[in-house]
Design a binder for this molecule. Sequence first.
Ligand SMILES: NC(=O)c1ccc[n+]([C@@H]2O[C@H](COP(=O)([O-])OP(=O)(O)OC[C@H]3O[C@@H](n4cnc5c(N)ncnc54)[C@H](OP(=O)(O)O)[C@@H]3O)[C@@H](O)[C@H]2O)c1
Length: 281
Amino acid sequence: MVLLGRGIRHSLSPRMWEGIFAELSLSGSYALRDVDKTALDAAIADLRAGRVTHFHVTMPYKRWAFGVADTYDDSTVGVTQVANSLSLKGDQIMGSNTDVKAARILFSELPAPPQRVLVIGAGATAASLVCAANEVASTVLITNRTDDRSRALADRDWSVRTVPVLWSDRERHAAGADLIINTAPFGLTVDATPLARWPEGALLYDLIYSPELTPLQRLASRAGVRAVDGLAHLQAHAEATLAARTIAAPTIERMTAIVTTAAGRAPTRWGLLNGGQKSLP
Ligand SMILES: NC(=O)c1ccc[n+]([C@@H]2O[C@H](COP(=O)([O-])OP(=O)(O)OC[C@H]3O[C@@H](n4cnc5c(N)ncnc54)[C@H](OP(=O)(O)O)[C@@H]3O)[C@@H](O)[C@H]2O)c1
């Protein structure tokens, strides 16, 4: 397997996948291909020639991957216009969106699905999380620094009420949400939180992972909310990839141990951010 992206040298994926291969006694390897767009044709040639069996695709090539696929493994890939996994099926390149699948896995672990969801961001990952939220919630609000992009994302063909919320109004709309999903790089490249106050009763699903809690995660942690962090999403993404390849995944406990070893800290999967894994009440 190969992770294809730009600026990905610090990705945890090789360490995590090497742990998974060892756990399952599989002979696979996981390499990083940190390339500019002139190298994308060569990646497709490698896939077609069988030199690479599976590409995971990350920023900034997820939309390219959607465009280059001949077929998709799931009808929702079309509405997201994003693929982050490419493999060969016969002579067709098959695109998959494992961010949608990871979110489905994690939403299914909630005692009740979220009803009113606020998604922060309107990029590739936001489209995937809106797609997964659209399957369970009754209302999905989208807010983004660039308001035109949240409007364009909300305008797609979703089945539930999907409403763009002005960036300047995000705080007001966060109150009343029962799940806040952050897909913008707060705590990564932006040393700030998108919300000044944590809305009472809301859970957090944060795509970001970093060695320490981010400002947004500290805010949620102080409010004692249950959360998914970026490590738990990465883990669920691996679980979805194994399922798509019909490989029985290690148990959640073993997967968690593998991610913890790779990251140097435990993922938070609907637990308390400063307290690791705790089951939901
Ligand atoms: N944990 C995981 O396994 C996992 C999986 C997928 C993605 N991610 C993370 O999710 C993040 C988003 O990925 P993506 O593919 O969606 O990227 P993307 O398509 O480039 O979108 C980035 C989003 O962040 C917003 N943003 C960027 N800088 C901002 C700032 N200073 N203030 C407010 N908003 C800002 C952008 O707003 P504008 O539209 O205004 O530019 C856009 O909505 C990345 O950090 C990525 O590492 C993690």
